[in-house]
Design a protein around this ligand. Structure first.
Ligand SMILES: [Zn+2]
Length: 131
């Protein structure tokens, strides 16, 4: 076995040990990764803010593409006032469980027109106040 083989072998061992440590300390590993990402984003906050804005905009585009570009009740189409409505009125608990972006992600991935629809803020408030 020459030096190159030894190096490759030790790299393999390192990779195995890293993997083993990762799964044995999963929560800690995620915590460290989150902290590293926070430090990384702090170096160039404006770039990362812009990236986040763009990602949210793309997600909203996909959402409105799937569930309609206008309110299903009144036809209002100014996208600044369009929202994703939970037809079964379980939006609050779902948002608490998944977060707003998590709800959007799920609505896009699963495409459930039986659960979600596009409403404008006016219709959203009007239907919310009905018994
Ligand atoms: Zn409406």
């Amino acid at each position: 076995m020459d030096r190159k083989d030894e190096r490759l072998l030790s790299q393999g061992a390192n990779a195995r040990n890293t993997r083993r440590w990762y799964w044995a300390n999963h929560d800690r590993a995620k915590e460290l990764k989150r902290a590293a990402m926070r430090r990384h984003r702090a170096k160039d906050p404006e770039v990362h803010r812009a990236r986040g804005r763009k990602a949210r905009e793309r997600q909203r585009d996909a959402l409105l593409m799937l569930y309609g570009q206008s309110c299903v009740l009144c036809g209002f189409s100014d996208r600044r006032a369009l929202t994703l409505d939970h037809i079964k009125r379980d939006g609050m608990s779902e948002r608490a469980a998944l977060g707003e972006r998590g709800v959007y992600r799920k609505a896009i991935l699963e495409f459930r027109p039986d659960l979600y629809r596009t409403l404008c803020m006016n219709c959203q408030f009007v239907t919310r106040s009905q018994p």
